[in-house]
Structures are given as structure tokens and as C-alpha cells.
Design a protein around this ligand. Sequence first.
Ligand code: NAP
Length: 271
Amino acid sequence: MANLEIQSSRVGIIGVGNMGEAILAGLIRAGVSHELISFSVRSPERKTEVEKKYQVKAASNIALAKESDILLLAVKPQGLDELLAEIASAVNPNAVVVSFLAGKKTALLEDALNPKQSVIRVMPNTPMMFGEGMSIISSGKNVQESDLEYLRRVLLACGKVIEVSEDLQNAAAATSGSGPAYFFAFVEAMVSGAIKMGLSEKVATELVTQTIVGAAKMLAESGKSASTLRENVTSPKGMTAEALAVFNEGKLQDLVARAMQAAADRSRELA
Ligand SMILES: NC(=O)c1ccc[n+]([C@@H]2O[C@H](COP(=O)([O-])OP(=O)(O)OC[C@H]3O[C@@H](n4cnc5c(N)ncnc54)[C@H](OP(=O)(O)O)[C@@H]3O)[C@@H](O)[C@H]2O)c1
């Protein structure tokens, strides 16, 4: 069993796209030295870009599988079967394998690699790129506390971390994994509403963006719930109350719950 140490464990990342890059930046922020990190991507241009930007070395998937103490998988879920067919027989049986792939179960990876393999599943989200991510961790059946400690430290350098049992991963993914897109869609709708009332796109975008950033900061830092903060802005029979009444007419809560359920169902289908 690998005893993972930030100062000495070799880390391999297969796939350095949006998520892989956020994780790579997190490893460096968590104090993992550049010499301990290797990665792979398919395109030669991306390989050169990542090598230059982060001063880390590219290697083949097979070399990463053999030599990493902790192997991080951040390819698209659709590419997993092909990747496993390539690396399964090479993966170090003592390595901790961490999958960032939406929907893919730890048991699937244990079956493909080794029934004793330590496998951890993480659902990240894109604000990780700015150190404000939300990572949801679930452990496979062979995971040791020391494996989790290492991963927690890396993910904490990318935002917040919680652990849930694996049967809640689809629900969690439909909440924080896809969640940033819900808020972006709401921002788009508000910008469009402001433009309809006569504001320019530039002004509308600035008003809405600063409003969501300010509201998010209030939620994170005031210690008050969303309900209290909403009530504080809503005087009886005032203008905000008029807007919220329209949301209620359109059954906003029900609409959002149905959207999230659809995301969770899709996550299950993609597994
Ligand atoms: N983006 C999100 O909002 C989000 C949220 C939660 C979870 N996730 C999960 O994060 C994972 C990665 O998503 P992403 O948005 O980062 O995808 P992405 O930007 O498309 O990145 C995928 C990376 O994998 C590389 N790759 C693909 N096949 C490979 C192979 N066989 N060997 C080596 N490298 C390979 C690609 O390299 P090339 O570019 O060179 O082909 C690219 O660097 C997904 O499984 C997704 O479920 C993403």
C-alpha cells in the first residue's frame, strides 16, 4: 500500500484539460514539488504548453501508470474504456488511483485494474481553477486514511472538500458539479432581462456580474442563510417582492429541482 507523502510521492495526471489543469495548479499550491509531477495529454501543442507553464514533465500513459504512487485520471468519461484498456495491466497495484470522471464508479475501476486497488472518486467543479472549487470525495472499498489525507490537502488548495457515500455522488454532481452552469444561465437570463429594459449589454453584464459576486460573498461570509438574506432585501409590497412573486408563479423551486434531477439521472445513465 502506498503511504502517500506530499514531499516524496510521485504523482501522475492523465488528462490536463480544464479540470486536470486546475488539479495540477492545486498540487503545486499544496507544496508538491514540480519534479514529482508528470502528466500526459494527446496533443503535442498542449503537451508543450503544460510543460512550459508548470515546469512539469510529460510522460506516456504507460509510464505514468507504472511509476506513479498516486495516479489522477482527468480525461472525459467517454474516453475511460480506451484508457483503461491501454493502462490496466501497467498500473502499480500499490498506487492510489483517483478518478475525476463524472458518473464512473470506484467498483468499475477496481474491476478493471485490481480488486485490491485503492480507488477514490472525486466530483470537482470548474471554480477549482480559481481556488474556489467544491470537491466531493467518495472512497472505494480499499482506501486507507493516509490516501485520503494526501488528496484532501491537494483539493483544499483548490477550494472546499466534502466526503459523501458513493450512492450520493450523482446527487452531489447535479448540485455542485453542474451548479456553476446553473448560475451562469441565471446571469445570462438577468443580462437579457436588463437589456430588454433598455440597459446596454456592457452595463447589464457589469451590474449582474457584480451582483452575483456580492451576493455570493454575503452568503459565504455573513453567516446568514439564503432565506434570511433574501428576506432582508424584500420589503412587503416592495419591488423585490413583485419580482419574487413572478418567480413563484413560474414555480422556480420546482423548475430548479426538476433540472437538478435531470442532471442526476443523466449522470447515472453516463456511468
Ligand atoms: N469541466 C467540468 O465542469 C467538470 C465538472 C466536473 C467533473 N468534470 C470531469 O473532469 C474530467 C475532465 O473534464 P475536462 O472538462 O477537464 O475535459 P477536457 O478539457 O476535454 O480535458 C480532457 C483532457 O484529457 C486528455 N486526454 C483525453 N484522452 C486522453 C488519453 N487517452 N491519454 C491522455 N490524455 C488524454 C485531453 O488531451 P488532448 O486535449 O491533448 O486531447 C485533455 O487534456 C471529465 O471526466 C469530467 O467528467 C468536469
